[in-house]
Design a protein around this ligand. Structure first.
Ligand code: NDP
Length: 292
């Protein structure tokens, strides 16, 4: 493997683990990573390392920049990882390189959490459960309009369906809707939008992340939000134009920070094959988000 394709950034960990990281790694310290491209912006190491510290776990969590999807599996083994989170754009690749897929990831066909067990890679998707935990505070929801048809939309569509909430997927292009049609979801492109009452409207597109664009034409959004009760944006730490529009319609709304937090909480418990207290993990991780 060409070294130029893989940059591993070892973080300086000041924790309960006395001594240098190198010394600890040579003994019993477990190693985890978030792998993606780009990866510099990721706050996953902050969250996971804070939880290791809170529970007194000997482990380190780093970032890995991977430039070629074909190297995902060998990079995991070469870095001697015990587990990893996989982010954009490798979640579908991760699904394909695992030896075994567990839970809802088998339906979503995308993996954001890999753990090594008996030298085999086991894949999970915790984005779905993370999203569902994040919207729990909204209460009873019967149906949903999902804007976008990428990886995040797949995770959200399946977890909603699993919980008896009927999702409709609305996307700019028709190509990505094929997957949803094949899985039996109601799916439409902008041209085919027919106004209907949706309890929640969820933005899963990256519109508004680095620009000020809305995820769909404003007339469509107006019609959908007018009758909705809740709005959710997977983008976090930003009041996107979509969330601003939700506010204008008087909706209760949330950004994607709790989804990010809880996918990390659930991944943490998968990594350690134990049931640590979720509230305590969340508390430790949350604290790290506000201490940056
Ligand atoms: P994908 O690239 O798989 O999909 C992107 C989707 O967004 C496509 O359906 C695309 O439509 C649509 N899209 C992109 N730009 C626009 C635009 N300007 N207007 C309308 N539609 C647009 O991305 P993911 O699903 O993996 O991720 C999407 C976002 O979700 C990212 O910002 C990511 O960071 C975030 N995310 C957040 C998580 C959290 O924990 N909070 C977890 C997972 C993801 P088309 O098919 O027409 O191109």
């Amino acid at each position: 493997m060409s070294k130029a394709t893989l940059v591993k950034t070892r973080l300086s960990i000041k924790s309960n683990n006395a001594g240098s990281v190198k010394t600890d790694l040579s003994t019993t310290m477990k190693e985890f990573c978030v792998i993606g491209n780009p990866i510099e912006h990721s706050i996953s190491p902050n969250m996971h390392n804070a939880a290791y510290k809170a529970f007194g776990i000997k482990a380190v969590y780093e970032k890995m920049l991977l430039s070629d999807e074909k190297l995902l599996r060998e990079s995991f083994f070469e870095a001697n990882l015990d587990g990893a989170n996989i982010t954009v754009p490798y979640k579908e690749t991760a699904f394909n390189i695992c030896d075994e897929i567990k839970g809802i990831a088998t339906q979503i066909e995308a993996v954001n959490t890999i753990v090594k067990r008996d030298n085999k890679l086991i894949g999970f998707n915790t984005d779905a459960a993370g999203f569902f935990k994040a919207i729990k505070e909204f209460g009873k929801i019967r149906n949903a309009l999902i804007l976008g048809a990428g990886g995040a939309a797949k995770a959200i569509a399946f977890i909603l369906k699993q919980n008896g909430i009927e999702p409709t997927i609305l996307n700019r292009s028709i190509e990505r809707l094929v997957f949803f049609e094949q899985k039996g979801f109601a799916s439409i492109s902008w041209d085919g939008f027919v106004p209907k009452k949706y309890d929640i409207v969820i933005n899963t597109t990256s519109a508004g992340l680095k620009d000020d664009t809305l995820p769909a034409p404003v007339n469509i959004l107006n019609q959908a939000l007018r009758n909705a009760r809740f709005g959710f944006d997977v983008i976090y730490n930003k009041k996107t134009p979509f969330l601003k529009l939700c506010a204008e319609f008087g909706l209760k709304y949330k950004d994607g920070l709790d989804m990010l937090l809880y996918q990390a909480v659930f991944a943490f418990n998968i990594f350690f094959d134990k049931t640590y207290d979720e509230t305590k993990i969340a508390q430790a991780m949350k604290k790290s988000l506000f201490n940056q």
